[in-house]
Write a protein that binds this ligand. Structure first.
Ligand code: ADP
Ligand code: MG
Length: 474
């Protein structure tokens, strides 16, 4: 059994048993009090009997009452196997008629002509239960009274109340012990499936991300297991993506790196300064291409689906950003003989986006538009409102028609159209699609409106805070 199981088990036991124990303590206190009450009830009656017997032996006499209790009668009255008994008789004028002088004054509640009063006292250093009674002397008429006090040590009473206590509390204690055992067994049985689950997970290889079976798992734990399964599914996808990425990257880098090496070897052997210069120029182009490939690979890795947490989305004016990015491409477009233009919506178009990633997306689309448009062609970047709640960023060009059946495949990594001469890695559109996914944006590829070339559109949701009317219209 592992320690965490034990902890849960102990907690459950503690939760169940502490209230039971508290109840037991309370119940013991109440029972103790009532058992003392019961044992007093039982034995107080005999004190009254003794008092009555004693009064019968008081003679009213002419010169005041006299106690005429013989030694034998006293022995019979006062001898008890368990307890010591004491008595005292006092006349109305306070004259002691007989008995033990150590009795203290009776309690204030005692009334002449009233019933006997029972009280706790100490006699000769021993705690006693005592009775005090103003008893009428029948033979002398109802108005002649003597005070009779009888005391008895507590042995019998104590024994009786202990017996009562034991008889009620012991079974309860036994019940609690049995409940503890039952709860203990029940809890450890109940935790069995969890231990089973822990063992199943512990025995797994770290490569095994298949879902954990929920068949034998208790219903309360099933959501947890399902969450873990979901997590493993996502983890599996990421691991898959990453291992595919590493394999692809290694494969893609191998060729250009060996090419570079070969070119360097060639240049090293070159004697003619003119041709050496040419070789170095070729080398520079090769290194440039390699650097671009590495950059694209890094960008691809940076924008993988698992990067969602790293994305900092904030309100961005898509129109301003797209215009700025387009302007930066104008010199290169001019050099390639492409007429690059921008058409913007009036006023800002605010979306929630990660500015750097959004710029990267635009750059990749514009790069393609310039790269694949024929010399003398046009390329246009535009930002407009689409349906209510969405903004549309479009990049259209005069490039070669992308066949309908290729439209989804060109977004795959390393996929290039057959016969594409321009150099490139086949990663640009994969990056675009990753960034769009990170922004929950949709990409649409269609023929350009003028019939020549293609149009790549990305549909972003407008920032709600800044376009409330657009949202409510949708
Ligand atoms: N604007 C475009 N016009 C025509 N073909 C395009 C256009 N953009 C992309 N393509 C095709 O899709 C392929 C993949 O593009 P991309 O992922 O950017 O990779 P790369 O540009 O490095 O080849 C390109 O090789 C090209 O064949
Ligand atoms: Mg490209």
């Amino acid at each position: 059994m592992n320690p965490s199981d034990l902890r849960l088990q102990r907690k459950l036991l503690a939760w169940l048993l502490s209230p039971l124990l508290a109840l037991l303590v309370l119940d013991t206190a109440v029972t103790w009090w009532s058992s003392r009450h019961l044992s007093n009830l039982a034995y107080d009656r005999s004190l009254q009997e003794i008092a009555r017997e004693i009064v019968l032996d008081v003679n009213p006499g002419a010169g005041g009452p006299q106690l005429e209790l013989t030694q034998a009668a006293e022995r019979i009255l006062l001898i008890d196997p368990d307890d010591r008994l004491f008595f005292r008789v006092t006349a109305e004028d306070g004259r002691a008629l007989g008995g033990d002088p150590s009795f203290t004054a009776p309690p204030a509640t005692l009334r002449k002509g009233g019933p006997a009063v029972y009280y706790d006292a100490v006699l000769q250093g021993e705690p006693v239960r005592a009775l005090a009674w103003w008893a009428p002397l029948r033979s002398a008429g109802p108005n002649h009274l003597v005070l009779v006090q009888v005391g008895e040590t507590l042995n019998k009473r104590g024994r009786l109340s202990r017996d009562i206590l034991a008889q009620t509390v012991l079974p309860q204690l036994l019940l609690i012990l049995m409940a503890t055992a039952a709860v203990y067994v029940g809890v450890s049985r109940g935790l069995g499936p969890l231990r089973e689950l822990a063992r199943a997970v512990a025995n797994r290889s770290h490569l095994d991300l298949s879902p954990i079976s929920t068949d034998s798992v208790p219903a309360e734990v099933r959501p947890l297991v399902q969450e873990v399964n979901d997590l493993m599914l996502r983890l599996g996808k990421i691991l898959d993506y990453q291992s595919r990425f590493v394999a692809d990257a290694a494969h893609q880098l191998k060729t250009p790196v060996s090419g570079l090496k070969a070119q360097i070897e060639l240049a090293l052997r070159e004697q003619d300064p003119q041709r050496l210069r040419h070789s170095l120029a070729q080398l520079y182009i090769g290194a440039d291409r390699l650097s671009r490939l590495v950059q694209q690979l890094l960008s691809l890795a940076r924008n993988e689906p698992a990067a969602a947490q790293a994305v900092r989305r904030e309100p961005v004016d898509l129109r301003a950003l797209a215009m700025q990015a387009t302007m930066e491409w104008v010199p290169l477009a001019l050099k390639s003989g492409i007429d690059l233009g921008f058409e913007g919506h009036e006023g800002p178009v605010v979306i929630n986006a990660d500015t750097d990633r959004l710029r990267e997306l635009i750059n990749n689309l514009v790069d393609n538009a310039i790269r694949y448009s024929h010399t003398g062609g046009r390329a246009t970047v535009s930002v407009a409102m689409a349906d209510a709640g969405h903004a549309r960023l479009s990049v259209s060009d005069d490039g070669p028609h992308i066949p309908v059946e290729e439209r989804s495949r060109i977004f795959e990594r390393f996929h290039r159209l057959l016969g594409t001469q321009t150099d490139g890695s086949g990663l640009g559109l994969a990056i675009v699609s990753e960034i769009a996914a990170l922004h929950d944006a949709r990409i649409v590829l269609e023929d350009d409106g003028d019939g020549v070339g293609n149009r790549f559109s990305v549909l972003f949701a407008l920032s709600q805070a800044l376009h409330p009317q657009a949202m409510s219209a949708g």
